[in-house]
Design a protein around this ligand. Structure first.
Ligand code: ADP
Ligand code: MG
Length: 467
């Protein structure tokens, strides 16, 4: 029997608001803002519920990933239903809150009629690398959300709530690749006409050149008037440059009010960019801010396999594991290591093998191990017990291996601020409960077991020099 929702929920808050509160408690805020914030339950009194999302991509994504959670939230509110389906909203979201307009910056009024210009050939302007495509981008846990958001934006530029889309992360983690991949996708699929890619530095240079040649900044923003999608890489370059920031703000506001898409990348979260105008930072925070983390072991292996395959090179699996096990923090360095290996093997006319890999990359690897990371702890433990990192990560229950592995997991937990989940993943994709078990075991035994104490102390002293 269908419970009448209106009679049961006659408070001001709708049943869907209540469901959203439940959902918000179950997912992190980034996820909630990205997928749920703008959803609506169109027909709460029907048995065949329809949930409206911002676009077709979000509808598919939510259906695929969050159906169970939505069912749970509806059940909690005692909503009876037969089916749930997802639809895409036809209306584009309002992006600029009225009260947020700054007086000193001219902004095109939303109600101003935009004169339709005749359709021209779609344009991709800027230095795009042809290989920076979505197809060539390996998706793993560390970049999945950034990838998904980029895809959503590429499918419907300016029509999602991800505007601007702000991607941040350390160097070499794929921000430029992803940004340019959006441009390629939009161009190939014709989802918008005019895509412009500029680095933050290019933007400053072009602005300076304009001011130098014209004697003032008038008309600089008109260069961006036809842009449908603006991709600015490394926006943090604008820090401390107040004049350029003001000009950027003008362009940014004009594009946003016309519902043009903006995607920005930075080496840090907007709030951590120093000497950036508050108004701009607030604007950056007004869309979707997302980070990219260093890839996990499995993803690093996948990236290596994919890069080698695109060069027509066969990499033995043990070499893949070896490099992925040692070059852990930066994809650019991972790639550099592979290029060096391929070049060296082709010079000497030899096959790529473990021997060549360990000989050639001793220097890269020793540099990597200067830092205290999961890998450097694994290496220290493996060396101490005379086993390999791969054995430590392998799924074996032999005591020769489980004992060092438990110590290594325990040290990772004690010495690093990594979550148990991350540690588990870097130990051959194990579940976090395995890490909890290993740590508890060591903690329990260490007080009464002198040998174990010695092992842990020796290894910890050996790690002292690492930062
Ligand atoms: P960033 O802009 O964050 O400094 P880049 O986009 O320049 O990093 O990436 C550095 C290199 O690593 C590029 O050659 C890029 O193709 C590669 N790369 C980064 N992440 C991935 C990934 N997930 N899949 C494939 N290649 C990647
Ligand atoms: Mg970059």
């Amino acid at each position: 029997m269908l419970i009448s929702i209106e009679s049961k929920h006659n408070s001001h808050e709708s049943v869907w608001d209540k469901c959203l509160t439940t959902i918000e408690e179950k997912v992190d805020s980034l996820c909630y803002n990205a997928w749920f914030r703008y959803t609506k339950l169109l027909n709460p009194n029907s048995q065949d519920l329809i949930i409206e999302t911002t676009n077709a991509f979000a509808a598919d994504y939510i259906e695929e990933n969050f159906s169970d959670l939505i069912e749970y939230a509806l059940n909690k509110e005692s909503v009876r239903f037969n089916t749930i389906s997802f639809s895409a909203s036809e209306t584009v979201l309002e992006i600029l809150p009225e009260e947020d307009h700054e007086d000193d910056v001219p902004v095109l009024s939303a109600s101003k009629k935009v004169i339709e210009s005749p359709k021209t050939e779609p344009k991709l302007t800027g230095s795009f690398r042809p290989d920076y495509t979505l197809d060539n981008f390996i998706v793993g846990e560390s970049n999945q959300f950034a990838h998904t958001s980029c895809l959503a934006v590429a499918e419907a530029p300016g029509q999602t709530c991800f505007n601007p889309l702000f991607i941040h992360g350390d160097t070499g983690l794929g921000k430029t690749h992803l940004l340019q991949a959006v441009g390629h996708f939009i161009h190939d699929e014709c989802t918008a006409d005019n895509v412009l890619y500029l680095s933050g530095k290019d933007f400053i240079d072009q602005y300076m050149d304009h001011v130098k040649s014209q004697g003032n900044s008038v008309a600089f923003s008109s260069k961006f008037a036809d842009v449908d999608v603006l991709l600015i890489d490394d926006i943090h370059f604008l820090r401390g440059k107040t004049g350029t920031q003001k000009e950027f703000q003008r362009i940014f506001n004009n594009l946003l009010v016309q519902k043009k898409q903006i995607i920005l990348t930075s080496d840090r979260h907007p709030e951590k960019i120093q000497d950036m105008m508050d108004h701009l930072i607030n604007r950056f925070l007004g869309g979707l801010v997302i980070d990219i983390q260093p890839p996990k072991f499995e993803t690093r292996m996948e990236i290596l396999r994919s890069k080698a395959a695109s060069d027509g090179i066969h990499l033995p699996e043990e070499v893949v594991q070896y490099i992925a096990g040692h070059v852990t923090e930066n994809v650019r360095e991972l790639e550099g290591t592979l290029i060096k290996l391929i070049a060296s093997a082709s010079f000497t006319g030899t096959e790529i093998s473990m021997e060549t890999a360990s000989r050639i990359f001793g220097d890269v690897i020793s540099r990597q191990n200067q830092r205290l990371t999961i890998t450097s702890i694994q290496k220290a433990v493996a060396d101490y017990f005379g086993i390999t990192i791969n054995q430590l990560r392998a799924h074996t229950r032999k005591r020769d291996i489980t004992y060092p592995r438990n110590i290594a997991m325990y040290l990772c937990k004690e010495l690093l601020k990594q979550s148990r989940k991350t540690i588990g993943l870097d130990f051959g994709g194990r579940d976090y409960s395995t890490v909890i078990y290993a740590c508890k075991k060591i903690e329990k035994e260490i007080t009464d077991n002198a040998e174990l104490q010695k092992h842990v102390n020796d290894i910890t002293s050996g790690l002292q020099h690492l930062k």
